[in-house]
Design a protein around this ligand. Structure first.
Ligand code: TXA
Ligand code: MG
Length: 349
């Protein structure tokens, strides 16, 4: 299949080049899948009401069928078509963070979307992205749009149209190129359907920010202890992994440099993922600066691109520094831990 690419420039007054988006929207209405930018990562969109369209998402990504998709809307009124029960805390979170990097779980209205979207659950994940191209595309299509991240299953999520091309060129109908995404990590998934709200996936909105609006929230224990079965089905799969084995190295720079030297002496091509602050101090085959420890939003923004860059450099092994788990740092460390397949090396044990 030939993948059409629409390059959507933001013109001066921040209006979007609509004719291109109209064509992309028609693709969606014809049950084709189209990748598009959001403020978090690129999504792979399809008409959420159509089995045919949604099954194309799973096929293109190689995604397990038991991993449900987030439904994207451009207007809160669309939510009423998807769920009839809006808990008060969800409403407060919507008011505070939509449009934005927050996905909420609701009781699903029967028949609202293809059963494939929700993978047999009686709940549905909904989000309104904060990106002018995403909002314009969804509203031009005039449909709820199911969209997972637009990567091959298991790979880091795409933060540029080029990442999407690397993974999916030839297997999807189109890509809307709106430039690099902003946040760089996926949305936070929060479930307010029970007594206490639960964070099922840390993401672009931090626990601290959420608690400032609705008070105490829990974190799905499965995010911390591997033996628990995660409530967000997607969290159990191998994810975000670069091709080379990645180790989280929790120690000082000298100790990490010793790890690097040891592997280089054995003949391996070694990569290091660092912060801006310690970048100049490493000597390895590939050293990549992921962003500043003093502004973790920069690390979030660069993380997936950095992980993908190690693939391009064809390193044999990667050591990554660890980052503080405050604010968006919780999401950064969640993604890094998964990218590493939970492989940690600790200096002090
Ligand atoms: O930022 C994002 O959320 C991006 C952009 C494209 O919007 N999308 C994204 O989708 O990250 P995906 O498919 O890669 O991740 C969706 C997550 C998975 O962990 C999935 O298991 C969870 O949301 N999820 C979906 N429906 C759910 C439900 N009904 N209950 C619990 N978790 C659900
Ligand atoms: Mg994903």
């Amino acid at each position: 299949m030939k993948t059409v690419c629409w390059s959507v420039d933001k013109i001066e007054d921040n209006k979007i080049n609509y004719p291109q988006l109209e064509e992309a929207a028609r693709f969606l209405q014809n049950n084709e899948v189209v990748a598009f930018p959001t403020e978090t990562v690129y999504g792979l969109g399809a008409n959420a009401q159509s089995d045919e369209a949604v099954s194309k998402i799973f096929a293109a990504k190689g995604r397990p069928a038991d991993n449900p998709l987030i439904v994207h809307i451009s207007d809160v009124n669309q939510l009423r078509e998807l769920s009839t029960v809006i808990p008060e805390k969800s409403e407060q979170l919507m008011n505070a963070f939509w449009p934005g990097p927050l996905t909420l779980i609701f009781q699903k209205k029967a028949g609202a979307v293809s059963e494939l979207v929700t993978a047999g659950l009686d709940t549905i994940a909904v989000r309104m992205p904060d990106h002018p191209v995403a909002l314009a595309l969804i509203s031009a299509a005039d449909l709820p749009i199911a969209a997972p991240s637009a990567n091959r299953s298991g790979k880091p999520s795409p933060t540029t149209a080029n990442h999407v091309r690397t993974d999916l060129d030839g297997s999807i109908a189109g890509i809307v190129d709106g430039g690099p995404t902003g946040v760089g990590l996926e949305s936070t998934v929060v479930d307010c359907t029970g007594k206490t709200p639960v964070i099922l996936r840390p993401g672009g909105v931090s626990k601290e920010e959420i608690e400032a609006v609705i008070g105490k929230v829990e974190i799905d224990p499965a995010l911390m202890r591997l033996e628990e079965k995660p409530k967000s089905p997607g969290m159990k799969y191998k994810h975000y992994a670069p091709s080379a084995p990645l180790f989280l190295a929790d120690g000082d720079q000298k100790w990490i440099q010793d790890l690097v030297n040891e592997k280089r002496n054995e003949g391996f091509k070694v990569g290091v993922l660092t912060s801006t602050e310690s970048y100049p101090q490493y000597d390895a085959d590939i050293v990549l600066d992921c962003g500043s420890r003093f502004d973790l939003t920069t690390v979030a923004h660069n993380l997936f691109h950095t992980l993908r860059s190690f693939d391009e450099e064809q390193v044999d092994i990667i050591f990554s520094e660890v980052f503080p788990e405050e604010g968006v740092g919780a999401a950064i460390m969640n993604r890094l831990d998964k990218a590493a397949g939970h492989k940690w090396l600790r200096q002090n044990i």
